[in-house]
Design a binder for this molecule. Sequence first.
Ligand SMILES: Cc1cc2nc3c(=O)[nH]c(=O)nc-3n(C[C@H](O)[C@H](O)[C@H](O)COP(=O)(O)OP(=O)(O)OC[C@H]3O[C@@H](n4cnc5c(N)ncnc54)[C@H](O)[C@@H]3O)c2cc1C
Length: 463
Amino acid sequence: MGKKRKWKVPKVALVQAPTRVIVVGAGLAGLTAARALHDAGIEVVVLEASDHVGGRAATIKLSGIPVDLGAAWVHGIKGSPTADAFKAVGSELVYDDWLGMVAHDRHGRVPDDLLNPAIEWADELVDDSADLAQAIGGDPPVIDGVERWLNDRGLTGREREAFAVLLRFGFEHDIGGPAEVGSLSHWDSGTLPKGGDYVPIGGYEPLTNALSAGLDVRLNQPVHQVSWTATGVEVSTTHHTLSASHVVVTAPLGVLKANAIRFTPDLPAAHHDAWGRLEMGALEKVILVFDEALDAAGRDTVLHVDPSNPSALPVVNDISRFTGGSVWVAYSSGDWSALERPKMSDDALVALTLERLATGLGTDIPAPVATWVTRWADNPFTRGSYSFLPVGSSPADFDACAEPVGGRVLFAGEHTDADWYQTTHGAIRSGLREARRLGVRPVWPPACLVPVAEDPLASDTAT
Ligand SMILES: Cc1cc2nc3c(=O)[nH]c(=O)nc-3n(C[C@H](O)[C@H](O)[C@H](O)COP(=O)(O)OP(=O)(O)OC[C@H]3O[C@@H](n4cnc5c(N)ncnc54)[C@H](O)[C@@H]3O)c2cc1C
């Protein structure tokens, strides 16, 4: 048997022992912190702005099929708190062995032998990104690295166009932000647990439900003010003000950047500076459910190559084998997703996705039986998909976001883990870190995560 890979909750200086803790936000960071504190016998209240727990880990049922609007993959299963949690809940984790891509540009189908090297080279480009940045000099954006890479290989014409769109997608999908803004030097920053990408069958909901069971979670309670002194905190929603010895703020970076929560007295400049330098990406999905499998000839990914509009729903991906139904998801990110997509109606986005599918697969596409269009960037409680490092920022900014203030105001969330930012495993670890800061020795997975009895794909409830 292989050796178990270990992950660690970072050591942090303790703050004064808590008597009562308010956690702002019931995403994975907030639920994890609250669970650890609750299990250690500390009184915890979780104030959540939206009407659901899980935050950006949000599963809905479309035609009875569970689909994830936000986090869908477990990135690495060896040494990942997310994978450990899903195993404890009893969710099956299925390896995402991408079946293959079919690409289309204005000339028609892009031949496989022209595209395949680009797919292999995408990983190489990420590995070389810091060296490329050094060779270019200064603090260049990702797009400069992509251009340099394509020039170094002497690529021109159709091949160059396909590679450029694919490499841009590689960055913008992973990072969420535009290739013109993302930092080339930090493209490869952070690490991932080993093992590749897995999909939890039934989605993230079994985990977030189990984690929140029995906690005092109060939904529809947007916090707009946190007041703190040397002895405690007061946290205000539109309905009331609650007192506690400490607060753990897990609101997403986008919410903090927008100053949607006022801190009194104000936080040190280092927090505002770090929030200002970091950015939120705009990864969004258009989800289509069909009543029968599409004729995809063994491929699971359609790439649309449009150099004049490279981030406009370039990829549509078949996730049917993870869902128990015929489900395709189109992704967009970068500038188009942040600026142009919000102007489009749901119907227009669905129509564009259907067009991409029809062109890419070269076949008629039936009308979907259910659809969903995400709007993470417009959601006042997320204001984007996840944090990324733009030009001018550095991973130290994530550390600054994690700094407690006055021994009373603590922070968790994916944007506070400099190594595992953007991910559910980063969010979970950040919640454990803050529980530790409050003097609790966190246990993961916690005892509440036990196998869910029912078959997650068996439901026939349409939403
Ligand atoms: C489209 C998309 C795809 C993704 N794919 C993956 C993936 O495949 N794998 C992966 O690991 N990660 C993925 N992620 C990222 C992952 O979802 C996040 O990193 C993680 O869920 C963040 O958890 P969190 O607890 O830090 O924040 P959140 O989940 O955002 O939780 C914060 C909570 O705070 C609440 N809140 C906000 N403002 C207030 C307020 N004023 N008062 C009270 N509550 C407030 C929010 O409603 C939210 O519930 C994806 C995200 C998106 C959007």
